[in-house]
Design a binder for this molecule. Structure first.
Ligand code: GCB
Length: 883
């Protein structure tokens, strides 16, 4: 049996990438399986005429030469517009390659193994259709033996189809139907050819490893491990000895159990029980200790099959009041969600990309990761095993179907069920996974929905709950809720809480909901309410966060309009949202876990916001992984235990105002700031935040240095801010939370103001739908009027050097009717500067920008401007002050 297999001289790798090399010192037979990577040597074409492409004689010489992992989609890069080289095309991509097969002898079978293809994959071998797989995230294998030609070239053709799900499209019944992320097309994870004996551990068990191990009855003395092996024999009946072997992290065998098994033709299962003495526990980030479990099959001739898998010995539970326990010890789980894409690569990631992502998550001190919103690569979950992260794994049942009566058609249920079975079997042995999420935000009325009927997500959710229990009764299930108790979001109207064993609430206090500045109280109050209403249900915060583009900045996050789906998504506001939300989570013991949305910026073609079109900027780290946003350090200071001292505002260097609030994130008790060598102050750092308010900046370079002692170590951070020269003018973008640069004028975000409200017309667009009227103001610089401040009365007190200044006020009438009889008056330094006037009349009509200018003398370093509306509102779009 073994001899013919040795003829395959091509690169060979162990099937289970997680298995450490054996160091028993005993000569150990190599796995009789041959695994040959087929990642190189493909030809690819997107779209085009598909006639004849599966036939052996077809000439693909003009197709692009590519290697796997590959996706034709890439977009969302900073500054890259949809039209400028980005590719979010959805449709059919063709792949072709030839494999020279060795001359075969003996009874062996050939499998093609695909780690993932987006979204639907069809496979042809030597011109014959082998099969189809539906679902962009799970591994699949086909037994191609009957199509294979030993000792000859074999043609492999793959059709990958990531068409947009819609009524009548190929993906109509393949989850996810929609979501705030893009399903990339192509063979974006590895491909291999596996040659295995005709009897052995089942390769066709939903593409799972075929062996499934679980530790139970764990004490300090012993742990019981049960290994289920699924076997398949496609040859003659035979008898074999099956062994389960457990090796420790050093490769030393610590337990073995051997049993005879009968292998009649067909499939069967066998269970092997063994005990590990004095088990070394997999103990999260503190000590992520891994064993390896191996199943070997031998007959008279020798070893004929073997599979290695990771094994973590741990116990855990979730408690509705006390939270999460790992190995009997309570741990507050705090972490991040992660999508599987990266600038320039889309979903075609390397093992190194996965390792780099995990290194960033570890650096921040997270101890849990949510795999949003689908099955992630095996390499990634292996990283989580080794890092000790607790993983929330998730099925891409992301948005409720609003077709087929709202409950979803039978074909959709079949697909969701199969994707769930694949996910659980393929990942069963990863110790890091502690729960299976069976849905995300399926309780929204239509989600980003396909179809128009009201969604009825409950029945499918219940079905998936039952399937998850059937596959794995030992791990709890969960789902992420969008909408319970939120009156501003239309819900599907079915009560979903309690369908799964645990619940996560995706909650965007400070971002999508009204009264953003009350985020901390609102999140706390809502979670307390849910806890009281569902006293037996363990509760978590499965998402929270805000947009934060690194190109957009606030001088004061409290004064400008927060536009959750539009342009201003400032890095400073993102930091503040986390400062507001995290304490509400931290101080509640019953919240078993929380996941920041999101660790990394990620592309979504539903969006037009942030630094680039097509990017969701809620990441703590940018899409290219090059910039850790300030908020990253807030969590690092809270979670990591490393000494942290980080000056925020690293990317807002050219400041708009000659005065600023300086903030550092630190786990030191106090920190000292100096600017240009002068001590500004030594402050206490409460809640990891150190603040110095109203720090004057000199025109030009301001060398800021902050020092502290954290965890017994002296830490330091520094940077240079450029202060403006007030003599060249001060410019305020009233109502806007972000500043903007127009020509050589830098407008700061709205600041130095009390009273009134920020306002905007165009909220931006999401999923092709824009919210708010699409109105623009007629003016030479219309951008200046995109945001404004309005109110019965509001005042500015602007720090300005003493002297004579000219003040220009930009205003316009935002209301198109009923503004007759309304007026606005402006006072400067307590004296009338502009007597009451009708704005619309002064501007020669509504929605027309106009400016008025008046002189002022400043004697005490402050310019005071008061705006009063009479019979209507005062409106200010921008203020400019110049010598
Ligand atoms: C959510 C979704 C997630 C979105 C996120 C957002 O609740 O689960 O897929 O990306 O909100 O950024 O709005």
């Amino acid at each position: 049996l073994l001899a013919p297999l040795l003829l395959i001289a091509t690169p060979v790798q162990a099937l289970a990438t997680d298995a450490p090399p054996s160091r028993t010192g005993v000569a150990e037979a190599a796995s009789p399986r041959m695994v040959r990577s087929l990642d190189d040597g493909w030809r690819f074409r997107f779209g085009g005429d598909d006639s004849g492409v599966t036939a052996p004689g077809y000439d693909d010489g003009s197709w692009e030469a590519i290697s796997i992992p590959h996706s034709w989609n890439h977009f969302g890069e900073y500054g890259l517009k949809r039209s400028a080289g980005a590719n979010s095309a959805q449709g059919v991509g063709w792949y072709r390659r030839t494999v020279d097969a060795p001359v075969a002898t003996g009874e062996q079978r050939h499998y093609l193994d695909f780690a993932a293809v987006g979204t639907i994959a069809d496979l042809w071998v030597n011109g014959q259709h082998v099969g189809q797989h539906k679902g962009a995230f799970s591994r699949f294998r086909f037994d191609v033996t009957r199509f294979w030609r030993a000792g000859a070239p074999n043609l492999i053709v793959v059709k990958a189809d990531n068409s947009k799900p819609a009524k009548g499209s190929s993906t109509e019944y393949v989850i996810p139907l929609a979501g705030d992320f893009f399903v990339h097309g192509g063979i974006y994870r590895g491909v291999s050819l596996i040659t295995a004996p005709d009897a052995g551990i089942d390769l066709l068990d939903h593409a799972g490893p075929g062996i499934y191990a679980r530790a139970s009855s764990i004490t300090a003395e012993t742990a019981h491990v049960t290994v289920l092996a699924r076997l398949r024999n496609q040859g003659k009946a035979r008898v074999a000895m099956a062994s389960a072997i457990i090796r420790d992290a050093a490769g030393v065998e610590v337990a073995r159990r051997t049993m005879p098994v009968k292998l009649p033709a067909g499939s069967m299962t066998t269970t092997l029980d063994l005990d590990v003495a004095r088990p070394h526990l997999w103990n999260g980030t503190a000590d992520p200790y891994l064993y390896t479990v191996t199943v070997e099959l031998r007959d008279k001739v020798g070893l004929f099959d073997r599979v290695d898998q990771p094994l973590g010995i741990r116990s855990f539970r979730f408690d509705a009041n006390a939270g999460f326990f790992l190995n009997g010890r309570r741990i507050k789980l705090h972490g991040v969600s992660r999508h599987q894409d990266r600038a320039g690569k889309g979903w075609a990631l390397s093992a190194q990309d996965h390792a780099d992502d995990m290194a960033l998550i570890r650096e921040m001190g997270a101890n849990t990761v949510r795999q949003a919103h689908y099955q992630h690569a095996d390499e990634w979950t292996g990283e989580a095993d080794r890092a000790g992260m607790v993983v929330w794994a998730e099925l891409p049942y992301v948005t409720a179907p609003s077709l087929d009566g709202g409950t979803g058609a039978p074909a959709l249920w079949t697909n969701a069920e199969e994707q769930l079975r694949e996910q659980i079997r393929q990942n069963y042995n990863h110790p890091s996974i502690l729960l299976w999420s069976v849905g995300n935000e399926v309780d929204s009325a239509k989600g980003f929905g396909v179809g128009r009927e009201p969604a009825k997500p409950l029945a499918l959710l219940q079905h998936l709950q039952a399937v998850a229990k059937e596959e794995d009764p030992f791990r709890p299930t969960a789902f992420a809720d969008c909408c319970e108790g939120l009156s501003m979001i239309q819900t599907a109207g079915e009560k979903l809480a309690g369908t799964a064993d645990l619940i996560g609430y995706n909650r965007y206090f400070g971002w999508y909901y009204p009264k953003p500045l009350e985020a901390r109280q609102q999140l706390g109050a809502q979670m307390d309410k849910f806890h009281a209403e569902h006293p037996a249900l363990p509760i978590s915060v499965s998402e929270y966060g805000a947009g934060g583009a690194i190109s957009q900045h606030s001088d004061n996050i409290r004064t400008g309009f927060i536009n959750a789906i539009g342009r201003p998504q400032t890095e400073e506001y993102l930091g503040w949202v986390h400062e507001a939300n995290w304490p509400a989570i931290r101080e509640r013991d019953y919240i078993f876990a929380s996941w920041v949305w999101n660790m990394f910026d990620f592309p979504s073609n539903l969006r037009e916001e942030g630094d680039s079109v097509d990017l969701n900027t809620k990441g703590l780290v940018t899409f290219d992984r090059k910039v850790k946003k300030d908020a990253f350090y807030y969590y690092k200071a809270q979670w990591s235990g490393e000494p942290v001292l980080h000056l925020t505002g690293k990317r807002y260097i050219d400041r708009a105002y000659p005065i600023m609030d300086v903030k550092a994130y630190s786990n030191a008790e106090r920190a000292t700031l100096t600017i240009n060598g002068r001590v500004v102050g030594d402050v206490a750092c409460g809640g990891s935040i150190c603040n110095w308010t109203n720090v004057p900046l000199a025109p030009g370079a301001n060398d800021a240095v902050v020092t502290a002692v954290a965890h017994g170590q002296t830490v330091r951070d520094s940077m240079v801010w450029h202060g403006p020269d007030p003599a060249l003018g001060i410019h305020i973008d009233a109502g806007d939370i972000a500043g903007r640069v127009l020509g050589d004028r830098r407008f700061g975000s709205d600041h130095f103001v009390t009273g009134g409200q920020p306002a905007v017309f165009n909220l931006g667009s999401f999923g092709g739908r824009s919210s708010g009227p699409k109105r623009t103001v007629e003016a030479t610089e219309p951008d200046l009027y995109a945001y404004w401040r309005e109110g019965d009365a509001f005042s500015y007190a602007i720090p300005v050097p003493n002297g004579k200044w000219r003040v220009t006020i930009h205003s316009f009438e935002p209301r198109t009717e009923g503004t007759e009889g309304q007026s606005m008056a402006i006072t400067a330094q307590g004296k009338t500067a502009v007597p009451a006037f009708n704005i619309a009349r002064a501007a020669a009509g509504p929605l027309k920008g106009f400016a008025m200018t008046f002189p002022v003398r400043v004697r005490d370093g402050l310019l005071r401007l008061d705006f009063a509306g009479q019979g209507g509102k005062a409106v200010v779009a921008a203020i400019e002050i110049s010598k």
